[in-house]
Design a protein around this ligand. Structure first.
Ligand SMILES: *[C@@H]1O[C@H](CO)[C@@H](O)[C@H](O)[C@H]1NC(C)=O
Ligand SMILES: *[C@@H]1O[C@H](CO)[C@@H](O)[C@H](O)[C@H]1NC(C)=O
Ligand SMILES: *[C@@H]1O[C@H](CO)[C@@H](O)[C@H](O)[C@H]1NC(C)=O
Length: 456
């Protein structure tokens, strides 16, 4: 069951999004549960079902508490989120901030969109040299997820007003990152990646771009999957030379402590399939029609109560405004690759952070030179690297016990280089969209970054 939970958790990185959108799915789901009798599924579809389930769980989590909010906007199966000019135009300039759009090419050919808010409102471009901050969202959302509250409550603006030069990363496959040097986003090859590639290609491309552009090292802020890929990078000695410090919200490295009924059912049904089954390469679009049929499989599983699953899987978020949820449903969730979700499932199953498992020793040998995939050893994170961790008591995805396990991995970290914040009432999405996140989290992040601004 643990593996399952893990996956869920990871997915939830960005869950915020999913959760909310989940509301909608929940309704669909409940109908389908009654309509469809259990079907015998093949191994491959079971595996897919697992993934879907995870997504469903995540979605469900959010859905449970905000079930009264159903927007027609959120029901748009098979269609992509509304076309907007870009994050600068849609979410930044409208608030009176300067904003620049950049494109960054990864070594494996993906073209990523990157935004910059160079200064606070009304500074007129004559400010002193500013310290850059790079902000990395989680899975199944994009950079717009940081802009769903009022300007006074949104993290990027708060950082800009506090004198930082703010850069917003977007992961391959999301709305504004569906370009490649030679691959089309409708091809299988375009979706042939997992979070390993975010570690190996996306993060290095973006950080080195920001460093070249500003001539400075930067601070890093990640949420959910944005913390996992950072921790994995640090464990390989990546990025640490380009960063001054890292603030990790809802840090994800272990996900063993989810103990929901759904988790048990799902793990029994599917855990064995993961890794032993060949998965097709494909886009995983949470609002697409395929997901609905995955949910059918899930609901048809004996013992799976579609309503309870939602409620059971994740804790609620405490502090998200209904209008923010509407905006979220309109713009998120975003696509990722199916292979990425499989990798997350493997992470759950194995309880260690390792590279993608090709599913049999011969393939692993071919790719890695070892029969099992290499691990990301968190003990190798440089002990003098400044880290700020913030986690929530209600976060069912980034569970308190699992964060403790991560902290245990960091127990030899220099004491004055590790700050840990615990917010009892906070759930996963509150860290990104909570109306009081400024007071509870962002002010502490600003202080942390300021205290490490001088680092070379
Ligand atoms: C996917 O990537 C792997 C390497 O990670 C490669 O061996 C495989 O051939 C690729 N498959 C496709 C269809 O591009
Ligand atoms: C929630 O959003 C509405 C509309 O944007 C706003 O008027 C209200 O002040 C918000 N509430 C909080 C607590 O931020
Ligand atoms: C991780 O690294 C530490 C020291 O850097 C080592 O003692 C430990 O055995 C490693 N763990 C694994 C699983 O390789």
């Amino acid at each position: 069951m643990f593996p399952f939970c893990w996956t869920l958790t990871l997915l939830s990185l960005s869950l915020l999004t999913l959760s909310y959108k989940g509301l909608v799915h929940m309704h669909t789901l409940s109908v389908e549960c009654e309509t469809f009798a259990p079907k015998k599924t093949q191994a491959r579809s079971s595996s897919m079902a697992l993934i879907i389930t995870l997504a469903a769980l995540i979605i469900a989590a959010g859905a449970s508490r905000e079930a009264t909010i159903t927007s027609p906007d959120s029901i748009q199966d098979g269609t992509y989120p509304p076309e907007v000019a870009g994050i600068c135009a849609a979410s930044v300039a409208v608030h009176g901030y300067k904003c620049q759009e950049f494109e960054v090419q990864t070594e494996d050919g993906f073209i990523l969109s990157l935004q910059r808010i160079p200064e606070g409102r009304g500074e007129g471009g004559k400010g002193a040299r500013k310290s850059p901050v790079l902000i990395q969202h989680g899975v199944l959302v994009d950079g717009m997820t940081w802009f769903l509250n009022s300007a006074e409550e949104d993290l990027p603006f708060i950082l800009a007003e506090n004198g930082f030069d703010v850069w917003i990363a977007n992961t391959r496959g999301t709305r504004f990152c569906r370009k490649h040097r030679y691959l089309d986003s409708s091809s299988d090859e375009f979706w042939n990646w997992t979070w390993d590639e975010l570690v190996t290609y996306d993060l290095p491309a973006v950080t080195s771009f920001v460093r070249k552009h500003t001539g400075q090292k930067m601070n890093y802020l990640g949420h959910s999957l944005g913390t996992l890929i950072a921790l994995a990078s640090f464990s390989e000695g990546r990025l640490v030379d380009d960063l001054k410090s890292a603030a990790l919200l809802c840090p994800i490295a272990y996900l063993n402590h989810m103990t929901t009924a759904l988790g048990v059912v799902a793990a029994k049904a599917f855990a064995g399939e993961i890794g032993s089954t060949f998965f097709g390469l494909a886009e995983f679009y949470p609002k697409g029609v395929d997901v609905a049929s995955f949910l059918k499989v899930l609901c048809a599983h004996p013992g799976a109560n579609c309503y309870d699953l939602l409620t059971a899987i994740t804790g609620p978020n405490c502090c998200i405004n209904a209008s923010t949820i509407q905006l979220f449903l309109k713009n998120e969730p975003q696509s990722t690759s199916t292979k990425n979700l499989v990798h997350l499932s493997q992470t759950v199953r194995d309880g260690v952070l390792a590279k993608y498992d090709f599913g049999n020793p011969a393939f692993n040998l071919m790719h890695y030179g070892t029969p099992s995939p290499p691990i990301y050893n968190l003990s190798n994170i440089p002990r003098s690297f400044p880290i700020f961790l913030s986690y929530g008591g209600l976060d069912a995805l980034s569970d308190v016990h699992d964060v403790q396990l991560l902290l245990d991995n960091l127990k030899f970290h220099d004491v004055d280089k590790l700050s840990v914040q615990f917010i009892k009432d906070y759930g996963h999405a509150d860290f990104v969209m909570g109306v009081n996140a400024k007071d509870l989290v962002y002010n502490a992040v600003v202080s942390f970054f300021k205290s490490h601004m001088a680092s070379l």
